[in-house]
Design a protein around this ligand. Structure first.
Ligand code: OFO
Length: 196
């Protein structure tokens, strides 16, 4: 009788517990990346708010969008960890920088943020390779491509600011240029990552 009961309990556990497919090293590294993406989302929200307060509507639109994208990247990691039998951890938020000398400093902080994200992704790729976790390696390829794109965008905006300059109506033109990037991004199909 006791044997039959234990057998049934084991079967029930099998239904409710997903088999862990991640090593604890990979799961910890993925959770660390969640914290990085979450911080980026928060930092870009602060950037958007600073632009809004300075009357730069185009740049504000761009950074609000970037903030949403980073949250989507964080959720993609959440889903992956939990779908792989691990547990995604909601990260603690550190206070982001909320004031900037000018739009050039704001964009520089965006570029530095993206470089930090790329560093995190590269570390994850290294760890997944060491752990021979080829499924995670495959999952990370999307992030590798995304980071290449985002770093290029940040560098292009910085180059444009340096080219146009902040004098005369430069700020107006820069704001318009950055706003156009947001409009173009919004015209693309939305990210397919959703909260459960
Ligand atoms: Fe998710 O950090 Fe850039 O895109």
């Amino acid at each position: 009788m006791a044997f039959a009961l234990n057998f049934e309990l084991d079967q029930l556990r099998g239904i409710f517990e997903k088999k862990a497919m991640l090593t604890s090293v990979v799961e910890t590294a993925l959770n660390e990346q969640i914290a990085i993406e979450s911080h980026s989302s928060n930092a870009y929200l602060a950037l958007a708010s600073w632009c809004d307060a300075k009357g730069m509507e185009g740049a504000a639109k761009f950074f609000y969008l970037q903030s949403n994208e980073e949250r989507a990247h964080m959720l993609r990691l959440f889903r992956y960890i939990n779908d792989s039998g691990g547990q995604a951890l909601t990260p603690e938020l550190s206070k982001p920088k909320t004031d900037f000398k000018d739009i050039l400093e704001a964009v520089e902080s965006f570029l530095q943020g993206e470089l930090r994200v790329s560093e995190g992704i590269n570390t994850l790729v290294y760890i997944a390779t060491q752990e021979k976790d080829y499924t995670t390696l495959n999952f990370l390829q999307w992030y590798v491509a995304e980071q290449h794109e985002e770093e290029t965008t940040a560098r292009n905006i910085k180059d444009k600011i340096n080219l146009i300059g902040l004098e005369a109506n430069g700020l107006y033109l820069i704001d318009k240029e950055i706003g156009q990037l947001a409009t173009m991004a919004l015209a693309k199909p939305a990210e397919s990552v959703q909260e459960k």
